[in-house]
Design a binder for this molecule. Sequence first.
Ligand SMILES: Cc1cc2nc3c(=O)[nH]c(=O)nc-3n(C[C@H](O)[C@H](O)[C@H](O)COP(=O)(O)OP(=O)(O)OC[C@H]3O[C@@H](n4cnc5c(N)ncnc54)[C@H](O)[C@@H]3O)c2cc1C
Length: 534
Amino acid sequence: MVPDRTQVFIAGGGPFGLMLANELGRRGIGVVLVDQKPGTTENVQANATQARTMEHYRRLGFAEEIRALGMPADFPTDIAYFTRFATHELARFSLPSAREARQLVSTLSGSWSAAELPHRCNQKFIEPVLRRHAAALPGVSVRYGVRMRGFRETQDGIEAEIEPGVTVHARYLVGADGPRSLVRQQLGLRYTGETGVVRDFAGGRMVAVYARIPDYYRAIPHAPAWMNVNFNRERRCFMPAVDGKEEFAFHTQLKPHEEEERVTDASAVAMVQQAIGAPLRVQVLARAAWTAGHSLVAEAFGRGRVFLGGDAAHLFTPTGGLGYNTAIEDAVNLGWKLAAVLKSQAAPQLLESYEAERRKLALRNTAYAKGFADSLGIEPPPEIEDATPAGAEARRRAGEHFADHGRREFNIPGITFGGRYDGSPAIVPDGSNPPPDTPNAYQPSACPGGRPPHLWLPDGRSLYDLFGFDWTLLCFRETAARGRENLRILRLDLPEARDLYGADFALIRPDQIVAWRGNADAAAIAALDRLSGR
Ligand SMILES: Cc1cc2nc3c(=O)[nH]c(=O)nc-3n(C[C@H](O)[C@H](O)[C@H](O)COP(=O)(O)OP(=O)(O)OC[C@H]3O[C@@H](n4cnc5c(N)ncnc54)[C@H](O)[C@@H]3O)c2cc1C
């Protein structure tokens, strides 16, 4: 039975809905989440968990669990480009395995000064972890196999209809229902932006094949990679490793003469073999079709007591691996705000900052993803596979392009750590200038509106592990400020940290964003009260 009364009703149990249920449930908020599918996704979709998402999983206490998922711990997470997988390797961008990432992170500074590095693992392994943690929280009810049919707004809440005649009453409704969002449609909100962009690759109708290729690593004459991308005129694809043994998520773009309805298991196998360039045994585990070439953002992220997030609010081309990660950060942003309002710790106006902050980030991130798709989608020259000097020259040039492209698309600390909420009503500016927004470099800065600079403490702990689950007042000198139910006072006697933050005090929001900084603790408390609308 689905409870008929709750505080927040979430329609959709993909990454956004599940993460939101965790954020709310951890703060003691009652949640009912329904999803029409029988369980979490069986499709192989997102493959890249960015470092910032990993930091949020760490905050919730399950980053280690996630890092253990997917490929074996010592499997390289290289990105490699080939004409076909069995023939010429064109370029390779080498990245650490999960085990190396765990060891490396505490030695890095500058752009990669972080509590966590990225993790390469398919979404289908991650969703069950998010689900299990959400469902274990008191007050959170997670129900798969239940569809929301529509909703009504009432005077002081919403009513969601889940079966004919079965209604759940809640204070707020969140549309976590993906690209075809019923919630967005019922609100009459449109996606704006670009759709239907045509490219030689990463722009058009795509066929996804979840494939088992048992002989792949024995038969391919190249070092294993996590992301395998090919570049020829007959069959282009990207094909991340799923388990590092024999399973792959193959994604190809249909040619203009190929019809999606006519794709069969047999023709899907032929497509995978064409991309490999060798007739290896291929077993089709699942198939799906999707479209690449969207950069879409909803005109609004909700209305009244109804909010949208994740794919319901923005739709990406998967280059850069930003769709799922943007969805997770939406949930992180909305979660603490809804909880604060429901617990009367903040005025409802705080919720207006959700759209102000996240819509801007969605526009930014979809634009970055589009740029990567344009660079990946270039057309291969006719001679790219020829055994001639012209062919060799074409491969050399393609190698140069992809060596550069790989670094630009897959080394993105600037995108993952550098997102900012300047101008938001939930930030108090201090007159300083934020660092420039550049995709491949991140400049730590405590200028209010961005991620707090990270630091490994002399005892080996991450600064982030000392932050409170709600607000934190970070103090680099004595303070008279007292903690509250939702505020931790964190005294740190570390000149190096004071230098990094550029002030005696910094107020850190529950989503680990600097809200305010300055040299007077009384002003910090006043800022917290002002931001909370109290
Ligand atoms: C091929 C492919 C590759 C991708 N690769 C990447 C990548 O590498 N990195 C990345 O970051 N992103 C990637 N993405 C995008 C990523 O998968 C999505 O951005 C992510 O799943 C969005 O999460 P979500 O929770 O917003 O939506 P979804 O995952 O779509 O979840 C929405 C849920 O709502 C449910 N639902 C819908 N309507 C209702 C209803 N009326 N009632 C109840 N339930 C409902 C659906 O069943 C679904 O489970 C990829 C996507 C695809 C298709």
